[in-house]
Design a protein around this ligand. Structure first.
Ligand code: DAH
Length: 335
C-alpha cells in the first residue's frame, strides 16, 4: 500500500465522519442543501479528494474508488434521511400550530325575530290568501276624499267625530282606517274582486290598555254579483275559526258604519269581557257608485279589524302598550 493511497483512505474516512456529524447536527433544510453542495457538489470535498486518485497505481485505484463510492452513498443516504426527518417535523409543527378545536363553543349571534304584530299580520294574510284574497296597500297620508268622502262620510257627518285624526297643513290627514284602500283599489280594478289591505292607522284617541293613537288594521273587501250577508258572516266565522280555533266565544252585534248597510261589529271574549275586534257589513251602494260600479249589478262585503286586539286576545296580553314598548323580555315570548 503506497503512502498516497493510505493518505486518500484517511481523507475519505475523515470526510465521511465530518459530513455525517454535520448532517446530524443540521436543523433546517437550507443548511442541509448547503452541506450537500459542500460535500458532494462538483467542486465539493469528495471531488477534491478523488482528484488525488490520478497518483494511484492501477491496483490501488479500484479499492479507493469503491471506498469513495461507499463514502458518497453514505453521505447521500444520510442527507436523504435527514431531509425526510426535517420535512416530517416541519409538517408536524405546522399541523400542530393550525389545529382547530372543533369542540370549542362558537361565537353566538343573536337572531332577530318577527315582532308579534307583524307575526299577527302574517298569520292573517296567510288565512285570507288561502281563501283567495289578494294583498293590497294604500297610503298612511290620505286625502279627505279617500278617508271619508268616498266612503259615504261627508264633511258634516256625525260619524267623523269618532274618527278624529291628525291633519297636515295642506289639508291631508293621517288615515283613520284602512278603509281608504277599498276606494283606491276599486278605482283601479273591476269586480269580481277579493282584497285584503294591512296597514298602520291613526286616531286622536286617549291612550289606555286597549287604545292607542297609532295602531294597525286589516281591511277586507269582496265585490261581485250576488254576494250576501251570509257570505260575509261565513267568511268572518271561518277566519276567526282559523285564528282562534273552535272554542273562542264570538258574537255578531248590529252596528252602524257610514260605508256599510247593514253593518255589524264582532266581539270576542278577552279577560272575562267582550272585546270589539272588527267592524263589517255590506258595502253601501253609495260607495260602489263613488268608484263607478253599478250597485244594481254588484254587491260587496267589507270588514276592518284591529290587529293589536287580535294579538291581545290570542296571546292573552293585558295591555296594548306592551306591544310598543320594545321590551325584549316581553316581545321574545311570541312569534
Ligand atoms: N273602518 C272601520 C273602523 O276603523 C272598520 C270597518 C267597519 C271597516 C266596517 C269596514 C267595514 O270595512 O265594513 O272603525
Amino acid at each position: 500500500m503506497t503512502s498516497s493511497s493510505l493518505d486518500l483512505e484517511t481523507q475519505l474516512s475523515d470526510l465521511k465522519t465530518n459530513a455525517l456529524s454535520a448532517i446530524a447536527q443540521t436543523s433546517d433544510l437550507e443548511t442541509l442543501e448547503q452541506l450537500r453542495v459542500q460535500y458532494l457538489g462538483k467542486k465539493g470535498q469528495l471531488s477534491q479528494v478523488l482528484r488525488g486518485m490520478g497518483k494511484l497505481s492501477a491496483e490501488e485505484r479500484p479499492r479507493i474508488g469503491s471506498l469513495a463510492n461507499e463514502v458518497k452513498e453514505a453521505i447521500q443516504g444520510a442527507i436523504e434521511q435527514r431531509q425526510e426527518n426535517l420535512q416530517k417535523s416541519q409538517l408536524e409543527a405546522k399541523l400542530a400550530s393550525e389545529t382547530l378545536d372543533v369542540t370549542m363553543p362558537g361565537v353566538m349571534r343573536s337572531l332577530g325575530q318577527v315582532h308579534p304584530l307583524n307575526g299577527m299580520i302574517d298569520k292573517m294574510l296567510d288565512i285570507f290568501v288561502g281563501l283567495g284574497y289578494t294583498v293590497a296597500e294604500g297610503y298612511e297620508v290620505e286625502t279627505d276624499y279617500y278617508n271619508f268622502e268616498a266612503l259615504n262620510t261627508p264633511q258634516d257627518h256625525p260619524a267623523r267625530d269618532m274618527q278624529d285624526t291628525f291633519y297636515l297643513p295642506d289639508g291631508n290627514l293621517l288615515r283613520t282606517h284602512t278603509s281608504s284602500v277599498q276606494i283606491r283599489y276599486m278605482e283601479q280594478h273591476e269586480p269580481p274582486l277579493r282584497v285584503i289591505a294591512p296597514g298602520r292607522v291613526y286616531r286622536r284617541d286617549t291612550v289606555d290598555a286597549t287604545h292607542s293613537a297609532v295602531f294597525h288594521q286589516l281591511e277586507l273587501l269582496a265585490v261581485e254579483e250576488g254576494l250576501r250577508f251570509t257570505d260575509l258572516r261565513g267568511t268572518i266565522k271561518e277566519f276567526l275559526r282559523q285564528m282562534f280555533g273552535d272554542d273562542l266565544q264570538v258574537r255578531f252585534r248590529a252596528s252602524y258604519f257610514p260605508f256599510t248597510e247593514p253593518s255589524a261589529e264582532v266581539d270576542v271574549q278577552w279577560q272575562g269581557k267582550w272585546l270589539e275586534v272588527l267592524g263589517c257589513g255590506m258595502v253601501d251602494p253609495n260607495v260602489l257608485k263613488a268608484v263607478g260600479y253599478d250597485p244594481e249589478r254588484y254587491t260587496g262585503f267589507a270588514a276592518g279589524l284591529g290587529v293589536e286586539r287580535f294579538a291581545m286576545v290570542l296571546h292573552q296580553m293585558d295591555d296594548i302598550r306592551r306591544l310598543y314598548n320594545s321590551d325584549l323580555r316581553f316581545l321574545r315570548q311570541f312569534i
